[in-house]
Design a protein around this ligand. Structure first.
Ligand code: URA
Length: 261
């Protein structure tokens, strides 16, 4: 493979400009194959070099895929004029210039959010024709009622007359006020509006899976992690909803949500 300049390699994979990269190198914050490099204009083989910036190893792959456990209070946007955006939660060495949130969660919602610079994958993931299933755990104001199961599976009609595709809903095993919902579409405030249409109210909402990509228990709220290619493939794999709800540790889900209140 043709050699490329170290600063070009880094600037394509992070948000750092070439002058910032030069400064970081001078401060010993950039290493090549395990050793600090003082100059950022050296040539490297992009296929074999191992490059770290501020202790974070950069990937050789073209695109980056970051899974964020979104906290409340951040908007899914790249535009600072919208308020505090989820981009602020991604460390600069993990961010790239073209990165954006692939999908939306409300400002007061939490959980699994993919950020990537791979526009083709985001398009595939968000396409209404494919619409990958997404599972949410919700804390309800009033106890779950068993009649929700049929109502959700028949396709609810929302207050404004909009109709929803059939959806799965299930009470969590350890609480009357926690429930899992699986949707195959993404209307505005959909989960909140669905529960409102059956006379309940969503107090807390957290997305816990995108396809078969499950939010890892160890990923604390506000933290993010780099995904491997095989994790990204899980986005497009199916998952058994009942099994998922059972496996998704009830203790984890209850603690997670209750601790926030
Ligand atoms: N449904 C909602 O109501 N809010 C979200 O953030 C996601 C799904």
């Amino acid at each position: 493979m043709a050699q490329v300049r170290l600063d070009k390699f880094i600037s394509e994979r992070t948000e750092y400009s070439r002058s910032q990269i030069k400064e970081l190198a001078a401060k010993g914050r950039i290493s090549l194959d395990g050793c600090p490099v003082k100059r950022s204009d050296v040539k490297i083989d992009p296929d074999t070099a191992s490059v770290s910036v501020c202790g974070q190893e950069l990937r050789t792959e073209r695109f980056r895929y970051i899974l964020l456990n979104k906290p409340q209070g951040y908007v899914c946007s790249t535009d600072d004029r919208d308020g505090d955006t989820v981009m602020k939660l991604i460390p600069p060495e993990m961010r790239t210039k073209g990165m954006f949130p692939a999908g939306r969660l409300d400002k007061d919602s939490m959980g699994a959010l993919l950020l990537t610079d791979d526009g083709e994958l985001a398009h595939r993931m968000l396409s209404p024709r494919r619409h990958i299933p997404k599972v949410y755990i919700v804390k309800l104001d009033r106890p779950f009622e068993n009649n929700y199961v049929n109502k959700f599976s028949e396709g609810l009609t929302l207050a404004d007359g909009e109709t929803c595709l059939p959806a799965h809903v299930k009470k969590a095993e350890n609480s009357d006020n926690l429930a899992f919902v699986e949707l195959h579409e993404g209307k505005y405030h959909q989960v909140k509006r669905m529960f409102a249409s059956v006379g309940n109210h969503v107090e807390v909402l957290m997305r816990v899976s995108l396809g078969a990509l499950v939010l890892p228990e160890k990923l604390a709220i506000g933290q993010c992690m780099e995904l491997l290619h095989k994790d990204v493939e899980n986005l497009f794999k199916p998952q058994d909803f009942d099994l998922f709800c059972h496996r998704f540790s009830a203790v984890f889900s209850a603690n997670l949500i209750n601790n926030l209140l």
